[in-house]
Each structure stands twice: as structure tokens, then as C-alpha cells.
Design a protein around this ligand. Structure first.
Ligand code: TRP
Ligand code: ZN
Ligand code: CA
Length: 447
């Protein structure tokens, strides 16, 4: 259900006529706003439709039945997996998608990815969304990851119901053998010709979005995707946190590793909900987000309807928003990033990661955003500089021997207005004390 519309209908201060005219206003205002775009470079579009929770749950019921009829699971190489693929594919075929099965072999068994293209849009700008459809062998995998699979499916069906004609081309994917180590998604990315790879403007991943003791986590990767989700939740006054339960633990990792902008949502797995998290989200502190993670009780009872509902609506919002516009920022705001890992040697020489900025005119902004994601087991060891194309260094972070916390994951604001924007920018990282080490995971410049 859409909480916005729910609030409108329930508001006692608004008579029915006012609600109607407000709704009419919203509808007529949308196309005008579309032309202007926003500060993030993403166009403002008409609101995405509400994704009916009942439909998402009906898919989960079907996936549960498939597991029950096939030895209790939907794992790679087992009949329950292929039956799950067949179920999703039939829905998409009936809705007008162009679907294809991609076969691969893992552990001596045949695996399948299902790829569904929505006809139309700019073939050179592809927005992808996906979820892994396989379960572990110990259970039906209804939260992990029936939840993401069903929500992506229902969003794809909503695209069809709306006969959406987005600027970008839309592609949806259901991955096989995620539970064996991201096998299906890695196979897809590895077998995508580089020309096809370069057409991908983003990949959105949804793995576990209905956890019974839910949290609201947003992946900290591409800033535009991240902001799209954060803004959605901010609009509902629901606090979010950055996903920290393990970068690279799901199917976005193979995309991220080849430099494709990624993002996604997550409601928590085996980590424990803190008191502060229970305070803001409800649920039970001191208990994991999903006590049935990878076990036989991950069945249809293992779903928080509210979380599943909100996350499904958030997916639709992101698809509608991010598929509009060209995503090309020639004069306005732009995002440049480098997600290739660079090891930082222990108590050693400085290392750098480069970003080539092109297509800009004039100087860099007075508030250049430098998003840094450095994984490290003792961040006090780490010194970080931004190096402009002409070699000028801007100190972002000094060492501080007592700071034993992990990682440097933050955004710095730098007055770079005296620097030419175009050219090669570098993030320079040095570890200046022995024992703990780390690596540059990714970094980005937002102009
Ligand atoms: N399928 C993932 C796994 O088994 C679930 C998961 C754990 C996850 N942590 C995550 C998914 C963080 C996304 C982000 O590891
Ligand atoms: Zn899993
Ligand atoms: Ca060190």
C-alpha cells in the first residue's frame, strides 16, 4: 500500500472533494516538473504506482508451494529452483516481457538466470533490477530471497500494467546460485560483452527485504541511487541506515566490481538488532533481523508485511524515478566513481585510485563532494588526500593512533573552486602504522 495515499484518505481535515482536487493537482503537476529535473540530475516523474502487498505475498505463497512440493527447498540444482524460474517467467511472458533463460553450470548442476527486458527505452541506457531466486537447501527461502524476487516481479508487472514508456531501457533479472557464491550474477556479468556492459547505467539489487525483525538498510554505493531510496524513506519519515552487514554479500557485487553503479535495499539477516535500532524501527532488540536466516523456518511466516510492503513500493519508486531522463549530466550535477579495489600496504607507501573527469566546463565546485569507502581494520592508521588534476593535494583525513574503529566510509566536502574540473583526480591513501591494513573499496566525486 502507498502510505502517502493512505494518509490522504485518512486525513479527517480533508473533505473528499479536497482530496480529489489535490489528487488532480498532483497528476497535472507531474509532467511540468518532469522537464526541469532535480539537483541530483534525476528527472522528477509522476509517482510510481502502489505495489499491492497482496500481490507480492501471493507470489511468496506460490514459491512456498513450489518448495513444499519439491523437498522443501528451491536450491540450485534442485527441481524447486527450476519450478520457481518457470513460475516467474510465465508471469513475465504473459505481461509482454521478452524473457530469456541463461544457463550455467555450478557444482555439476545446471543453473539458470532469468532475464526479462521491457521493450522500448534507450537501448544505450539500461537500468537493471534483480534478485536471487534460489534458496539454500535447508528451507524454502521465503525471506531469503523470495521477498526480493517477488517484489521485483510485482514491480515488473506494475510496469506492464502502467504500460510505462521510460527514457531508459528496463531489464529485470532473477539470479541462480547466489547461495553458492553469487554464481549466476557473476556468470551474467562475465559473459556480457564490454559494449553491452557499458550500456548499463545502474543495477539495483534486492536480497532479503521482508525480514521479520526488520531494519531499513540502503546500500552505500552509487550516490544517485542511494539518494533515491533515502529520499523515499525520508518522505515517509522512516529512518534508514547504511547497509553494513557485508559489502559484496549479494548479486550487486559482480556489477560493482566492473564499475557499474549499484544500489539496493536490505532488511537484515543474521546480525542483531540493537536497542537504538529497535527504538526507531520497532521490533525486538537483542534478536537478529532474521532468526530463520538460512534455516528451515524461512517460510511464509518469516515475513514482516510492513517491511515487505514499504520496500516493494520503494523499488517501484526507484524504477520509475531512475528510468526517467538520460542520466547524462553534461552541465548540471554529475557523479564520477571508481569502484576498483586498491590494497593499502601496511605502514607503507601511499597508493592512489584515479577518476577521469570529462565533459565538464570550468572549475570544480566550491562544495565538491568526495565520497570515500575505505575498508580498514584500524582507521586511525589511515591518511587520506584528494589530489586535483594539477597535483594540488587536499587533506581529507589525518591519522589518529587511538581511533580503532573500522573503515572510513564518509563524504567529505572540499572547496575545489580553484581547480579545473576536467582531468584525472586521485584519492591518495597511506597507512602509517603497522599491523592493521585495508583497501580502497570505492570512491566518487559528485559535482
Ligand atoms: N543472501 C545474502 C547472504 O546469504 C544475504 C545477505 C547477508 C545480504 N548480508 C547481506 C544481502 C548484505 C545484501 C547485503 O549472504
Ligand atoms: Zn542468502
Ligand atoms: Ca596499519
Amino acid at each position: 500500500m502507498s502510505p502517502n495515499r493512505f494518509a490522504l484518505r485518512r486525513s479527517p481535515a480533508l473533505p473528499a472533494a479536497a482530496v480529489l482536487s489535490l489528487a488532480a493537482l498532483l497528476v497535472t503537476a507531474a509532467p511540468a516538473a518532469q522537464a526541469t529535473g532535480t539537483a541530483t540530475g534525476a528527472a522528477v516523474v509522476a509517482a510510481a504506482p502502489d505495489i499491492p502487498l497482496a500481490n507480492v505475498k501471493a507470489h511468496l505463497t506460490q514459491l512456498q508451494s513450489i518448495a513444499t512440493a519439491n523437498g522443501g527447498n528451491r536450491a540450485h540444482g534442485r527441481p524447486g529452483y527450476k519450478a520457481s524460474i518457470d513460475y516467474v517467467k510465465a508471469k513475465l511472458d504473459a505481461a509482454g516481457y521478452t524473457t530469456s533463460l541463461q544457463q550455467f553450470t555450478s557444482g555439476g548442476a545446471t543453473g539458470y538466470n532469468l532475464i526479462a527486458d521491457w521493450p522500448g527505452g534507450d537501448a544505450n541506457k539500461v537500468l537493471m533490477a534483480g534478485a536471487h531466486l534460489d534458496s539454500v537447501s535447508s528451507g524454502a527461502g521465503i525471506n531469503d530471497n523470495g521477498s526480493g524476487s517477488a517484489a521485483v516481479l510485482e514491480t515488473a508487472l506494475a510496469v506492464s500494467r502502467a504500460q510505462l514508456a521510460p527514457d531508459k531501457h528496463l531489464r529485470f533479472a532473477w539470479w541462480g546460485a547466489e547461495e553458492l557464491g553469487l554464481v549466476g550474477s557473476r556468470y551474467y556479468v562475465n559473459n556480457l560483452p564490454s559494449t553491452e556492459r557499458s550500456k548499463l547505467s545502474g543495477y539495483l539489487n534486492f536480497d532479503m527485504i521482508g525480514s521479520p525483525n526488520a531494519g531499513y538498510f540502503v546500500y552505500d554505493d552509487d550516490p544517485v541511487i542511494e539518494k533515491t531510496f533515502k529520499d523515499y524513506y525520508a518522505g515517509l519519515s522512516i529512518p534508514t541506515e547504511i547497509e553494513t552487514e557485508g559489502d559484496g554479500r549479494s548479486d550487486h557485487a559482480p556489477f560493482k566490481n566492473v564499475g557499474i553503479p549499484v544500489g539496493g535495499l536490505f532488511s537484515g539477516a543474521d546480525y542483531t538488532k540493537t536497542a537504538a535500532q529497535a527504538q526507531k524501527w520497532g521490533g525486538t532488540a537483542g534478536q537478529s533481523f532474521d532468526r530463520c536466516y538460512h534455516s528451515s523456518c524461512d517460510n511464509t511466516s518469516n515475513i514482516n508485511d510492513t517491511a515487505l510492503d514499504r520496500n516493494s513500493d520503494a523499488i517501484a519508486h526507484a524504477i520509475w524515478t531512475l528510468s526517467a531522463g538520460t542520466g547524462e549530466p553534461p552541465t548540471g550535477e554529475g557523479v564520477f566513481s571508481n569502484a576498483a579495489d586498491v590494497a593499502v600496504p601496511d605502514n607503507g607507501a601511499a597508493v592512489t585510485s584515479s577518476i577521469a573527469v570529462t565533459g565538464r566546463t570550468g572549475n570544480a565546485p566550491a562544495a565538491l563532494q568526495v565520497g570515500v569507502d575505505i575498508k580498514h581494520t584500524w582507521r586511525g592508521d589511515v591518511v587520506v588526500d584528494l589530489v586535483a588534476p594539477d597535483g594540488t593535494a587536499y587533506r581529507l583525513k589525518n591519522s589518529s593512533s587511538g581511533d580503532s574503529a573500522d573503515n572510513v566510509i564518509t563524504t567529505y566536502t572540499v572547496d575545489a573552486s580553484s581547480e579545473t574540473a576536467n582531468g584525472t583526480w586521485k584519492l591518495r591513501v597511506q597507512d602509517v602504522a603497522s599491523q592493521d591494513t585495508g583497501y580502497i573499496d570505492s570512491w566518487k566525486l559528485t559535482f
